[in-house]
Design a protein around this ligand. Structure first.
Ligand SMILES: Nc1ncnc2c1ncn2[C@@H]1O[C@H](COP(=O)(O)OP(=O)(O)OP(=O)(O)O)[C@@H](O)[C@H]1O
Ligand SMILES: [Mg+2]
Length: 421
């Protein structure tokens, strides 16, 4: 399969073999074989089972296409295929099930792509061309060390609390000051400000990725992302307001996978609304920074977000930050806010409109343009907290423990706050 790269003599292998379940798909595959200059006879009728039988007694092709339509348990069948398939083969699957969890599990099993049936010739041609590119790409150095990866999501409890300001500044610190390869994934598809804050054009990278999840790979990331400095790349969009996001979320999963391979840090600017449509976005995130303001509405939504994180991402280490804090000018005191959300606010960042105005004028991240300000100091501290946050293994236990605390009691705390007001 395509996961481990080993040197295999490509010359002894067929370039392409397909096992499909129905005549309609067979016709499409044969058409694409013609286009690619491959013999039509290498497209067989018969699904995954036949593929496993044949490959157990013959050499594996360079690209293998298998139809999962007749498979009752695709994941276990794909694992069965992996046992007979030689390393280095790029496997593409097709099937009728449109389910992001299946897609995710198949990708984890080492598949290169999953095409939804009925498959059209263009989609299949794209997928096999892409597979060819992977085969021709320079092979990974097996001796190279895996770099550790830290994925952090920045989520605002309310609009405008400063989540994007913080996400851009953290990305800048990690890359420019600490020298870590960093990718900023701005998932505010229509209104994102990650690129704007750095005086860059957002490009179409993110919308292209959403429209064509099967194209997402290392090469795509390299081309679609814009460079803010030597170590920082941004993937964002400024999608037209009339264009709703049309995806089952597989593109986001695939992007996170590729970011993990390409960078040491992934920073995700994650609008809270995205969690409703794509809860799996948090599955592999190590740290969630929940940005709040000390207001009643923010307290209510912090409670709900923290409870959601506990049940949906128990392995994620959570940091609560109160931003735009004004001495004597807050709607709720820190103490009341903390008793309402039943946990400490880990960090307070002051309200400093002068600093943010200066950063906006210069088109530079806040931590770079107004280094000596308290707000920049707060973000530096936050970045240190993220870097030194517990390892994922530790947080799984912590998260699981805290997940058992009742959400009900948090809402009771919030109601007490309302009475107080
Ligand atoms: N500590 C601060 N002091 C003063 N202004 C701030 C502070 N942090 C952020 N701002 C300002 O608040 C505004 C909103 O910030 P930002 O866009 O980062 O918020 P957001 O939570 O990402 O908003 P959205 O909900 O639109 O995504 C910006 O003008 C920003 O400069
Ligand atoms: Mg934002």
């Amino acid at each position: 399969m395509n996961a481990p790269w080993k040197s295999v003599s490509a010359g002894a292998r067929d370039p392409f073999t397909a096992y499909v379940c129905d005549d309609l798909t067979l016709d499409v595959v044969r058409t694409v074989c013609d286009d690619m200059g491959w013999p039509q006879e290498k497209a067989f009728k018969g699904g995954l089972r036949n593929a496993i039988q044949s490959l157990s007694v013959s050499a594996s092709p360079q690209i293998l296409l298998v139809d999962l339509s007749e498979s009752g348990d695709p994941i276990s069948d794909i694992n069965g295929l992996a046992e007979v398939c030689e390393p280095g083969t790029v496997v593409i699957a097709m099937g009728q099930v449109n389910d992001v969890r299946l897609y995710r599990d198949l990708m984890m099993s080492g598949l290169q792509d999953y095409l939804l049936k009925p498959v059209n010739p263009d989609a299949l041609r794209d997928a096999v061309t892409h597979a060819q590119m992977i085969l021709n790409a320079p092979k990974h150095d097996e001796g190279a060390k895996e770099h550790p990866h830290l994925s952090t999501a920045i989520i605002g409890t309310r609009g405008g609390v400063g989540a994007s300001t913080i996400a851009t500044s953290i990305s800048w610190l990690l890359s420019e000051r600490m020298g870590h390869l960093t990718g900023l994934l701005d998932l505010d598809v229509h209104f994102g400000t990650g690129a704007l804050a750095l005086d860059l054009e957002p490009g179409r990278g993110l919308t292209d990725a959403i429209d064509n999840p099967s194209r997402i790979d290392g090469l795509f990331i390299e081309r679609a992302m814009i460079k803010a400095n030597d170590k920082l790349s941004i993937l964002s969009a400024e999608a037209a307001i009339g264009n709703p996001i049309m995806t089952d979320g597989s593109a986001f999963f695939q992007l996170q996978e590729e970011f993990r391979a390409a960078f040491e840090n992934t920073i995700i600017d994650l609008p809270r609304s995205m969690l409703i449509s794509y809860p799996h976005l948090l599955h592999d995130v190590n740290v969630a920074v929940v940005v709040c303001e000390l207001t009643l509405a923010s307290a209510r939504d912090a409670i709900r977000l923290l409870a959601w994180l506990k049940s949906n991402a128990p392995s994620c280490h959570t940091i609560v930050v109160a931003n735009k804090v004004q001495a004597g000018g807050v709607e709720i005191s820190r103490k009341d806010f903390e008793s309402s959300i039943e946990r400490k606010v880990d960090l307070l960042i002051p309200f400093d409109p002068k600093a943010t105005a200066q950063a906006a004028k210069l088109g530079r991240p806040l931590v770079d343009s107004v280094r000596s300000s308290k707000v920049a100091g707060g973000i530096v501290t936050l970045t240190d907290m993220i870097k030194s946050s517990a390892t994922p293994e530790e947080t799984i236990e912590e998260g699981a423990k805290s997940a058992s605390t009742s959400k009900k009691s948090m809402m009771t705390g919030f109601k007490a706050l309302l009475v107080k007001k």
